[in-house]
Design a protein around this ligand. Structure first.
Ligand SMILES: Cc1cc2nc3c(=O)[nH]c(=O)nc-3n(C[C@H](O)[C@H](O)[C@H](O)COP(=O)(O)OP(=O)(O)OC[C@H]3O[C@@H](n4cnc5c(N)ncnc54)[C@H](O)[C@@H]3O)c2cc1C
Length: 312
């Protein structure tokens, strides 16, 4: 059970509670990116359990009509054991998801993981690109059962066409990211641009907020100028979101905005009502405490919210 104080940022401990939240987002025209909380698994059993949990989550999503996808952390599915373990587990998830028309995002962790994450991503994004065509065909395996919505009614199994089957997060605070974005220019899939959540060494990363913001703007320009689509603006920053809109109007490149559960929920609804494609990152699972703690620590308003919730 998650205490009410954490409910704002985490959608319960089970796939069922997470999907209930996805239903409310769906009613508001907001899509969902589901993330099973967990990272830095070194125990192969813990890795296998989370890989299986993601495959089962994919089945659950495929049985609904929700605009929902998943996002996985490399160190949750084997990267701390080794790059081969990570790649083969990512493939187990991606092959299952691709057959069911469910899109898979790969989160980016600290800079020591960037090369291995990019390599596995690029390989699988190319290999599975043509599978996205199956997104409009009936699902196979377990999900061949009739698809139903939350009320158990049958729904159309044809899902919205996706740009490839995989997407990767890139971080503006890393100096290497402009080159990484260029490297991904012809890789089928989406790129989520974020400012970067990890405290990286000065030698490889921008440390000042102004410099990170400037790098983020430059990456947005590169992406809107050079990509055909598949750009996700993973930011709560009104300035960056407005700039993406401006770049979209200049270049016509399609894009989506992604924000976290519990952060600027009104803005998410308003953007969606204005016709912007909006996705909310929805974490769930029993390992919610450290995620909640991170959210509270990163912003004074979140801390005040937590304190008010405890007092009341
Ligand atoms: C969908 C998603 C996925 C992510 N995935 C990754 C990942 O895989 N790897 C990674 O390193 N990082 C990831 N991040 C985190 C990201 O790197 C940033 O740390 C985080 O988003 C904060 O940066 P920001 O762009 O939102 O703006 P900030 O620079 O933190 O804030 C800029 C402005 O945004 C507004 N704002 C920000 N937060 C709030 C808030 N809580 N309430 C109200 N207004 C606010 C304010 O106006 C603020 O001045 C992800 C973020 C999102 C949204």
């Amino acid at each position: 059970m998650i205490p009410p104080i954490a409910n704002r940022f985490v959608a319960g401990t089970s796939p069922a509670t997470a999907l209930e939240h996805v239903q409310t987002l769906d009613d508001e025209g907001v899509g969902a990116i589901l993330n099973l909380l967990g990272e830095h698994h070194t125990d192969p059993d813990a890795v296998a359990a989370d890989v299986d949990a993601y495959r089962s989550l994919v089945d659950s999503i495929a049985r609904t009509a929700f605009d929902a996808c998943i996002s996985v952390k490399p160190s949750q599915i084997g990267l701390d054991i080794g790059p081969e373990e990570f790649e083969s587990n990512l493939e187990r998830i991606v092959s299952h998801a691709a057959d069911r028309g469910v899109f898979v995002w790969v989160d980016m962790e600290d800079h020591t993981t960037t090369d291995a994450t990019l390599e596995a991503y690029e390989l699988l994004a190319r290999e599975y690109a043509d599978r996205s065509a199956r997104a409009t065909e009936p699902a196979t395996g377990e999900s061949t059962e009739a698809a139903t919505n939350g009320s158990g009614e049958a729904v159309d199994e044809g899902r919205a066409a996706v740009d490839g089957v995989l997407g990767l997060c890139l971080q503006a605070n890393l100096k290497r990211t402009r080159e990484d974005l260029e490297r991904l220019a012809d890789v089928p899939g989406k790129v989520r641009l974020v400012k970067g959540a990890y405290d990286e060494p000065k030698s490889i990363a921008y440390k000042e907020k102004d410099r990170v913001d400037e790098a983020y703007r430059t990456l947005l320009e590169d992406a809107f100028e050079n990509r055909d689509g598949g750009i996700a603006v993973g930011s709560h920053d009104p300035e960056m979101i407005a700039y993406a809109k401006q770049l979209h109007e200049e270049h016509g490149t399609p894009y989506e905005v992604q924000m976290l559960m519990g952060v600027r929920a009104d803005a998410q609804r308003e953007l969606a009502a204005d016709g912007v494609s909006v996705y909310q990152y929805v974490p769930y699972g029993s390992r919610w405490l450290s995620y909640f703690y991170r959210r509270v620590r990163e912003r004074k308003e979140n801390l005040l919210f937590a304190v008010r919730a405890i007092i009341s």
